[in-house]
Write a protein of this length. Structure first.
Length: 94
């Protein structure tokens, strides 16, 4: 078995109520290492305490611009782009 995938999860946050659930689904990921980058126009972010180490970029641009900013900050081999309106099943990454 090879090394786990290295994934950058880029979330564009606008004001959706699903961000904590989306972040929780990342905690159940299996066989993947990941970093989380949130690009947001809203302060403060509703980040649950279990989620340390999240990179946060504040910007008021359009979604495509926010995704580009997240991609520039990413260090993973693979990029996954999500919006704050996304509700995911557990585990999100596997």
């Amino acid at each position: 078995m090879g090394a786990p995938l290295q994934v950058s999860v880029i979330i564009c946050y606008h004001a959706g109520a699903l961000l904590p659930r989306l972040l929780d689904s990342l905690l159940t990921s299996v066989g993947v290492t990941y970093e989380t980058i949130i690009v947001s126009s809203v302060e403060p972010l509703p980040i649950p305490p279990l989620h340390g180490g999240i990179k946060v970029i504040y910007d008021t641009g359009e979604p495509a611009h926010k995704r580009n900013l997240g991609a520039q900050a990413a260090s993973g081999q693979h990029l996954i782009f999500l919006d704050d309106i996304k509700s995911c099943r557990h585990p999100l990454l596997h």
